[in-house]
Ligand binder design. Structure first.
Ligand SMILES: Cc1cc2nc3c(=O)[nH]c(=O)nc-3n(C[C@H](O)[C@H](O)[C@H](O)COP(=O)(O)O)c2cc1C
Length: 399
């Protein structure tokens, strides 16, 4: 339930009628170094910009004079029920945006009957998130140098009844996020005159930060040395230092059998890797360029989705993310054969703008768009979204 404080921020959310509006509200509430971490991409941010722009390449084909009195947006993802074909993806360090962090996201998701996936790099423990998030619950692992960490996390997830394990594979090192380097992003923030100025210009956020317990990474802090953070110039450098760069497909296969349940490889952009994921017995993949935060000039997901679905669509479930912020974007991915869409920045803008109420607002906005778009397209259920609903736009009309 949104508390009194969140209801006040809900008032501030009133003018937000789409995800881009919520983004602007987040930009207003968050100090610049935090907003940049949320919003930024790698290198020149080419892929980060192309992601939302890529949807222009597909047109939607409308069918009319159909009874669209009852629209049902519910579906299943990895066999689990959800009220919408999108899930709130794993994004680390969510207390950056609001002191309630992952708990706010989990509560908003549960209230809206939407699936949320927390992560190894969360700022609330997987047990605390499980306590507020009814099933289905998803978890995402990174593989740290100490392999024991991953094994431990897997058994903790089993004990807390998580339903699906996502292994993120596009982070063999941290992406080159130049906004963060310029901002000297560190945990906790180093108070330079510039950062102090940003904090003073974001007083509601700063008060929230100062009046709550200090930032921690409870899923991993027993195993990785948090105290070494100050030895690195940035949080990204610290994170990169912890990651296991020697992890291979064989190790992924072992992890899959260790887990034993729904196992999804997140961060696939090539047909060859999609086939390898199917070969090791993954039950799903996420076609993803990590929102443009890792390898700049990675393809947008719409570019590669059709060939990946063609190659492995009959062997595992194909999910997709990166740049989705409109109901029409989600419909286009489903029309190309994806079973569901993961959201990253879209719901984090909500968290940054207004905590739990902000996340709920983003879910409501997207659900509303989806319903309206399906109505206009003459579609009453998610399974009616097929390749007949889209066509590639004639390049002569693409600006
Ligand atoms: C601030 C931020 C933190 C993220 N942290 C993680 C993470 O810890 N693990 C992970 O697998 N993906 C992480 N991601 C990637 C998202 O799960 C998702 O793949 C991506 O955000 C989708 O693109 P979008 O932001 O354009 O929706 C993060 C994304 C953002 C924006």
């Amino acid at each position: 339930m949104a508390n009194k404080k969140d209801n006040r921020s809900l008032g501030k959310l009133t003018p937000a009628i789409n995800v881009d509006d919520v983004r602007l509200l987040a930009q207003r509430r968050l100090p610049k170094f935090i907003f940049d971490y949320l919003d930024g991409g790698a290198d020149d941010e080419y892929t980060r910009r192309e992601n939302p722009d890529s949807f222009r390449a597909l047109s939607l084909i409308q069918r009319v004079l159909i009874d669209v009195g009852n629209i049902d947006t519910s579906t299943t993802i990895l066999g689990m029920p959800t009220s919408v074909p999108f899930i709130l993806s794993s994004t680390g360090a969510s207390r950056f945006y609001h002191s309630d962090g992952e708990l706010a996201v989990a509560r908003a998701a549960a209230q809206s009957n939407v699936i949320y996936g927390t992560t190894s790099s969360a700022m609330y423990s997987l047990e605390d998130v499980a306590a507020v998030a009814p099933s289905p619950r998803f978890f995402q692992v990174y593989v740290f140098k100490d392999r024991e960490v991953t094994r431990e996390i897997i058994s903790r997830c089993k004990a807390s009844n998580y339903d699906a394990m996502f292994l993120t594979v596009d982070c063999s090192t941290a992406g080159n996020r130049e906004r963060d380097i310029r901002n000297q992003l560190s945990i906790p923030p180093k108070i330079t005159p510039r950062i102090l100025w940003q904090l003073l210009n974001a007083m509601p956020w700063t008060i929230d930060y100062l009046t709550h317990s200090k930032w921690r990474f409870p899923n991993i802090e027993e195993y990785v040395d948090n105290s070494t953070m100050g030895d690195f110039d940035s949080a990204a450098e610290w994170f990169a230092d912890q990651l296991d760069t020697s992890f291979t497909w064989e190790d992924a296969a072992a992890l899959r059998s260790d887990w034993g349940g729904q196992f999804v490889i997140k961060g696939i952009t090539s047909v060859e890797d999609a086939k390898l994921a199917a070969e090791i017995g993954a039950t799903g993949i996420v076609v993803s360029n990590h929102g443009g935060r890792q390898l700049d000039h990675a393809p947008t997901t719409l570019e590669v989705l059709p060939e990946i679905i063609e190659a492995v669509g009959d062997r595992l479930e194909v999910l997709v993310d990166s740049g989705y912020r409109r109901g029409t974007d989600i419909i286009k991915a489903l029309a190309l054969g994806a079973k569901g869409v993961l959201l990253g920045k879209a719901y984090l803008y909500g968290l940054g703008a207004g905590g739990e109420a902000g996340v709920t607002r983003v879910v409501d906005i997207l659900r509303g768009e989806l319903e309206r778009d399906m109505t206009l397209l003459g579609l009453t259920s998610i399974d009616q979204i097929t390749s007949d609903c889209v066509r590639w736009r004639d390049p002569r009309f693409l600006r």
